[in-house]
Design a protein around this ligand. Structure first.
Ligand SMILES: Cc1ncc(C[n+]2csc(CCOP(=O)(O)OP(=O)(O)O)c2C)c(N)n1
Length: 564
């Protein structure tokens, strides 16, 4: 009799969904799946740490808006994957994590790598699934992929005991299941109310977040902004949904970015939040003028009203709602009235924008040695000037300097760790970006602390021929923590903040890549040119000044996570 195994059904489920890559590290408990993926249309992309595999899947989900898929073995393989899962959960990124585990027959026998996995991961995923029956594998695959990508996206955990993977089933008893839920809730009736509130306002602002990107609403957003003349700020994966270079875009929403953000938040009388959560980035809602009215649009009902009373809550897909808003503005012929009404507000913000930028000019232009980290960020920003260049950041202060500097021209072309704030994402994110877009330039800028976590992913990049360029902002230690301790106690504890000089560029040379040491500001650009011209994975080790404290370190020490 013809039979099919559980492992084969998992492999088939991945193939049928057109999954291109499974990010993974091998293990006996998942060999029954590997066996059927070998020579299939699905590529097993092997990393040197499960954490890196899951970060790659997370980057895949962030950039492509389709579930990234990671696969890990039981026990330690599973526990190593958790940071990436928590990160994806916090960033609402579609991802499916497949894990092997000890066979059902061997539970509680002290078999190898046994532990209760689903209860551990449960609070970090949209759903934690354990499939106990070989015949139900396609059904569980379907639940996992449907759940990860429908509504507000997020990670889903899918566990297969090894005896289920090895079990055989009669194909006639296996039900095919595959549904793609591409429909989203939309509350179009709220569009009229939104436009009414906008007509009452004098100083409105829009903040476009990840929800705009996930709903594919870039075109609708730009039309909405142009038809109403409202200034817009972008946040997290919403960065680039309207380019920073657009005259009505005032760049990143984080108030520490040099520009008009802080001034706009203090003065605004209407905040329109499109697919963005009221989080630390907005001082939990307190950064906006207390009197300002708030409209919050989100696909997830419970998200609306977190940290601040919302005057017009709208549970809706952002794209559908904006399309309706654009129609209302067109039908009521409000375009000219609104744009001229907000013109004085725009010029106020333009002035604030210029003034805000002026405060950072000295740092950007600094010729100091060791190199000012903001000068390094500026050099990268200017060099990576093609519309589709991709910049990835990692580190504490380093990621802040780059975030304060980067001009984003396209969505899905800038990656950072977001509010989960996990260091170590850098090389895995950059590798994923290069894998997705082999023709685009990918540059990671990372702290010297952060680069250590997943350093062996340089080897992955070399083995897989991913010529990413990694720039290390080397201030000889864990800068952000050193700085926040200095703010708190007047000094930093050497242990845990000081690393000292490490020749990371030579380590990459030893792995077979290219290494460059940079000590003078004028050497940065030639190093970037040489790195990209080389066509191989390159590490540029840039010696930077320890002294400059980024505004994020100051803010965190005084406002948020590190507050005394
Ligand atoms: C996985 C993880 N461990 C620890 C921290 C706490 N932390 C935040 S910033 C930071 C220092 C980062 O140092 P580095 O990567 O060298 O960047 P720099 O701040 O010097 O630019 C640390 C340890 C964290 N956010 N994530």
């Amino acid at each position: 009799m013809e039979t099919v195994t559980g492992g084969q059904l998992v492999a088939d489920g991945l193939t049928k969904r057109g999954v291109k890559y499974v990010f993974t590290l091998s293990g006996g408990h998942i060999t029954p799946i590997y066996q059927y993926l070998e020579n299939s249309h699905v590529t097993l992309f092997d990393t040197r740490h499960e954490q890196a595999a899951v970060f790659m899947a997370e980057a895949w989900g962030k950039l492509t808006r389709t579930p990234g898929v990671a696969m890990v073995t039981a026990g330690p393989g599973f526990t190593n994957s958790l940071t990436g899962i928590a990160s994806a959960f916090f960033s609402n990124t579609p991802l499916v994590l497949i894990a092997g585990c000890v066979g059902l027959d061997h539970r509680e026998k002290l078999d190898l790598q046994d532990m209760p996995q689903a209860p551990v991961i449960g609070p970090m995923v949209k759903k934690a699934l354990v499939c106990h029956k070989v015949e139900r594998v396609p059904e569980f695959m379907d639940i996992a992929f449907r759940t990860a990508s429908s509504g507000r996206p997020g990670p889903v955990y899918l566990e297969f005991p090894v005896d289920v993977l090895n079990a055989q089933a009669n194909p006639s008893s296996v039900k095919e299941m595959k549904t793609d839920v591409t429909s989203h809730p939309a509350d179009l009736a709220k569009a009229e109310q939104m436009i009414d509130m906008i007509q009452q306002a004098e100083k409105p602002i829009v903040i476009a977040g990840t929800g705009v990107w996930q709903s594919g609403a870039e075109k609708e957003l730009i039309e909405f902004i142009e038809n109403t003349g409202i200034p817009v700020y972008t946040s997290l994966s919403g960065r680039g949904t309207i380019p920073d270079t657009h005259p009505l875009c005032f760049e990143g929403a984080l108030a520490i970015r040099p520009g008009s953000g802080f001034s706009a938040y203090m003065q605004t009388d209407l905040v329109v939040l499109l697919g963005t959560r009221i989080c630390l980035y907005y001082m939990f809602g307190d950064i906006f003028n207390r009197q300002a009215k708030v409209i919050q649009v989100d696909i997830q009902p419970e998200e609306i009203g977190r940290n601040r009373t919302v005057d017009l809550p709208v549970v809706s897909d952002v794209g559908a709602l904006l399309r309706r808003c654009n129609t209302v503005v067109r039908e009521k012929k409000l375009n000219e009235m609104l744009t001229s009404r907000f013109a004085p507000w725009i010029s106020t913000l333009e002035t604030a924008h210029e003034q805000g930028k002026a405060m950072s000019v000295n740092d950007w232009k600094s010729d100091a040695v060791p190199i000012h980290p903001m000068r390094l960020a500026r050099e990268i920003n200017e060099f990576m000037n093609r519309e589709d260049d991709i910049v990835v950041t990692d580190g504490g202060d380093t990621a802040t300097w780059m975030g304060m500097t980067r001009t984003i021209r396209k969505p899905g072309h800038y990656l950072d760790y977001g509010i989960f704030g996990s260091l170590a994402v850098g090389i895995p994110y950059a590798n994923a970006a290069k894998l997705i877009y082999p023709e685009k330039r990918v540059c990671l800028i990372t702290g010297d602390g952060s680069v250590g976590f997943n350093f062996m992913e340089f080897e992955t990049a070399l083995r897989r021929k991913l010529p990413i360029v990694v720039v290390i902002c080397n201030d000889l230690g864990w800068g952000m923590i050193r700085h926040s301790q200095e703010i708190r106690m007047g000094h930093s504890v050497r242990e845990g903040t000081h690393i000292g000089r490490v020749d990371y560029h030579r380590m990459v040379e030893a792995l077979g890549g290219k290494g460059i040491l940079v000590e003078q500001p004028a050497e940065i650009r030639p190093a970037l040119e040489a790195a990209f011209a080389s066509g191989i994975t390159t590490c540029i080790n840039v010696m930077t000044d320890q002294a400059p404290i980024s505004p994020a370190s100051i803010a965190l020490a005084n406002v948020g996570a590190y507050m005394a």
